[in-house]
Design a protein around this ligand. Structure first.
Ligand code: ATP
Ligand code: MG
Ligand code: MG
Ligand code: MG
Length: 433
């Protein structure tokens, strides 16, 4: 008899199989016990009928505690009532590891309690579905950039200087000097692009975000592509193709998981239709002002969650907001050719209240301009000599962007809070477990 995983049971209908599982829940009456089982590949039900099994097996089925690990042996049947579509009629149960009283019961628990028990909460079906979708998005990311001819160039996590200002930096010691945890791999990706043309990095990113929001983690994963010989418009096309590819792959490969989450697939399908609308920052400001809902918003302001939510609501798809004021964007963005108050950049705002999922720009190429900006930003010129070399030796127009993986996962799964989109969230008040 074959040992299989639950997900494979669709290929073993009416066959006798053995599966290693944990018990997530159970109910029983006098003559029958229903065991809810999981093995990390899917969730399904084991049915134990008193008259068909030994007395000992039925006793185990009635008494076994939540999260006990065991091997069940039995025959696979179709079960049209469940998301998964199959169940096992159990003939034998072999306990592998007993469980103490499990702290997470099928009843409702508060957020803090679940966060304290994150290492166990990962076993829940919702978390399973989110992590599977996250995994699919990572897989699709590698596939997409590989197909499009990008090379993965890893950026360092320990850095000697800070690209994005200093307030959100994590400081650490590097032997007898100072170092910082990476807030973005971008400058290194620019070096990669000048070496290999099209590159991307995918790694952890650290920001000491002091405010509690539903969209900010302290530690998150960022995908940062960078492309040589590429202007803004071509970069926007790569961005929308990439997002549509992520959504399409989740639709194609995570149907079961989307059902567990109750995510509306027609809404997701809409996000695969290209192109995405593009508006300028100026137009965005006008829309906000005309709405009457943002009486205080003025040209020059950065957008927070309410503004981004409003803007994306006006379109039923992600929308690019282009060319923000220079004063609120980092030093390396390309200045506009005819206006000195804006830079060539775009944020991609996701609908349904998820806000910015991508920030990107064309990069400044003029060495003198960059030097001025570095000085203005109060950064140490010595730290950026290597970066300026990229302009000194065969500089080309180039563009890139950063996508926050967990932002995108939260949006595609339809979750309320970004903490659900990473296995072990690091939050303002949480570094355990
Ligand atoms: P926000 O305006 O939401 O604070 P940002 O403009 O500071 O984001 P960027 O520096 O442009 O972010 O980083 C690129 C992407 O990284 C963002 O578009 C977002 O998807 C993601 N991101 C930024 N900060 C966080 C965070 N604290 N937690 C999770 N993802 C983040
Ligand atoms: Mg920010
Ligand atoms: Mg932003
Ligand atoms: Mg941004």
């Amino acid at each position: 008899m074959e040992t299989i995983s639950i997900i494979d049971s669709k290929n073993h209908v009416n066959e006798k199989v053995k599966i290693g599982v944990w018990l997530t829940n159970k109910r029983s009456s006098g003559k029958i016990a229903f065991l809810q089982l999981r093995d990390g590949s899917a969730y399904f039900q084991g049915v134990v009928v008193k008259n068909n099994v030994s007395e000992e097996v039925f006793k185990i089925a009635k008494e076994v505690k939540q999260e006990t690990s065991m091997y069940v042996t039995g025959t696979i049947h179709e079960d049209s009532r469940s998301h998964f579509g199959y169940e096992i009629e159990v003939e034998d149960i072999e306990i592998v590891g007993e469980s103490e009283d499990y702290p997470i019961t099928p009843k409702e628990h508060g957020t803090d309690f679940l966060m304290d028990h994150r290492h166990l909460w990962l076993r829940s079906s919702r978390q399973f579905a989110i992590m599977k979708i996250r995994n699919e998005m990572i897989r699709a990311t590698y596939e997409f950039f590989n197909k499009e001819g990008f090379m993965k160039v890893d950026a360092p996590i320990l850095t000697g200087s800070a690209p994005e200002g200093t307030t959100e930096l994590f400081h650490t010691k590097y032997f007898d000097r100072d170092a910082y945890l990476s807030q973005s791999g971008q400058l290194y990706e620019e070096a990669g692009a000048m070496a290999y043309g099209k590159v991307f990095s995918f790694g952890p990113t650290f920001r000491a975000e002091k405010s509690k929001t539903r969209r900010h983690l302290i530690e998150f994963w960022m995908i940062e592509p960078e492309m040589a010989f590429t202007h803004q418009e071509e970069s926007l096309e790569v961005q929308e193709r990439y997002i549509a590819y992520l959504v399409q792959n989740v639709l194609d490969h995570c149907d079961y998981e989307l059902d567990i989450l109750g995510r509306d697939k027609d809404v997701l399908k809409r996000y695969t239709e290209l192109p995405y609308p593009r508006i300028s920052y100026d137009e965005a400001i006008k829309m906000l002002q005309d709405s009457g809902e943002f009486p205080d918003v003025e040209w020059g302001a950065d957008f927070g969650s309410p503004e981004e939510t409003y803007l994306a609501e006006q379109f039923s798809k992600p929308v690019f907001v282009m060319n923000y004021p220079k004063a609120i964007k980092p030093f390396y963005m390309k200045p506009h050719p005819t206006r000195d108050d804006v830079v060539i950049c775009a944020d991609l705002l996701a609908p349904e209240g998820y806000g910015e999922i991508i920030g990107g720009s064309e990069r400044a190429t003029d060495t003198e301009y960059l030097k001025e900006q570095i000085e203005k930003a109060g950064l140490n010129m010595k730290d950026y000599e290597w970066y300026l070399d990229l302009r000194r030796y065969g500089s080309v127009p180039h563009s890139g962007f950063g996508l926050g993986l967990e932002r995108a996962v939260t949006w595609i799964t339809g979750e309320d809070h970004i903490r659900e989109a990473i296995p072990f969230p690091r939050l303002l008040n949480r570094i355990y477990p």
